[in-house]
Design a protein around this ligand. Sequence first.
Ligand code: AMP
Length: 422
Amino acid sequence: MQTIDNFNFAGKKAFVRVDFNVPLDENFNITDDTRIRAALPTLKKILSDGGSPIIGSHLGRPKGPTDKFSLKHILGHVSELLGVDVQFASDCVGEEAAVKAASLQPGEVLLLENLRFYAEEEGKPRGLAEDASDEEKKAAKKAVKESQQDFTKKLASYADCYVNDAFGTAHRAHASTALIAAYFDTDNKMFGYLMEKEVKAVEKVLKDIARPFTAIMGGSKVSSKIEIIENLLNKVDNLIITGGMTYTFTKAQGGKIGNSIVEDDKMELALELIQKAKEKGVNLVLAVDAKIANDFNNDAQTNFCSVNTIPDGWEGLDIGPETEKIYAEVIERSKTILWNGPTGVFEFENFTHGSRSVGEAIVKATQNGAFSLVGGGDSVACVNKFHMADKVSYVSTGGGALLEAIEGKTLPGIAAIQGIPY
Ligand code: AMP
């Protein structure tokens, strides 16, 4: 397999798929540029060799071209970070993009407009009527898959080589993340530095697991994390299920959760997970107390109580001190730690305490020799907010991709470079 270190980009144009899906405020200022910075080593290597990067990325989930999700908003910042006046093509597969790519000189950079302005990037039909028949859906899918080939070919035609540095989308078989690799031979496609690091971190967790292995899964919904939770039950010694998911488990076991977030249709599943954990000898750790609020906002009135006795009109927005202690004990005696998802509504300053305490326990464990991997937008936001990013072993830029990799799934973005089926 080709590696970025061994490749000489001199005089070459490289299509570089990055993940510049950064958060923007209402004035289009970047509120967290971690993802852009994460791709800089790759882009700088190409430039210092005398190559020209053609950058492709998505931003948000547009349903078509829209100013809100235009990558032009980040052009200035990318230029600043790279120290190069980055050129921009306002349509990733238009005439302008082809001309600008063709005339790109060594040391110059071209940023393409949001790849997801085209349905072909994801290969999923758009604009289908809600009452579309199965036939219509099938036909639309076929049509977009067909035009996806042209789209992919066009993107590939701009460059001599392909570099994938977008771990965040590695679990998607999209045009620019996987399909495009087929247009380059083995010697001319490779991972970027970020991708290399991510792949290594996942391998570390999967291959030589030092035990106890503890996973902390937080976030709002059981439904979005069920698969990974089930898979983790085969791998971990301790599984902390926290955040909004707590209350589905509590209610399923007969607790009184007030107005806390809950998925009533997942209560049975929660009970099954508790049973499965027992059968597999996994220590499933759930919250015992909560910081409750009488409204879903930062300045609501607060109190602490057992997770089972939350009064009507109140909702659990973070874990309580007893739970913090229990989590910390488990985490601090772990040797491998995976953290995905906050313990509460960490966006509200008054409900960050639990997430911070989990972060502190992970830092302590890491200082004692544990390997700690933090992934998923919200947990990464937490470690950044608490200035802990350099005190854990690895902060992944991938959320879904990281979890799928940990589940042992083949990630198309990785497989396509390695030349294995996906
Ligand atoms: P997810 O997107 O599923 O990873 O969940 C992350 C979101 O879960 C964050 O935006 C948190 O605010 C939210 N969350 C965590 N705990 C709670 C809770 N107790 N009630 C409501 N939302 C929560």
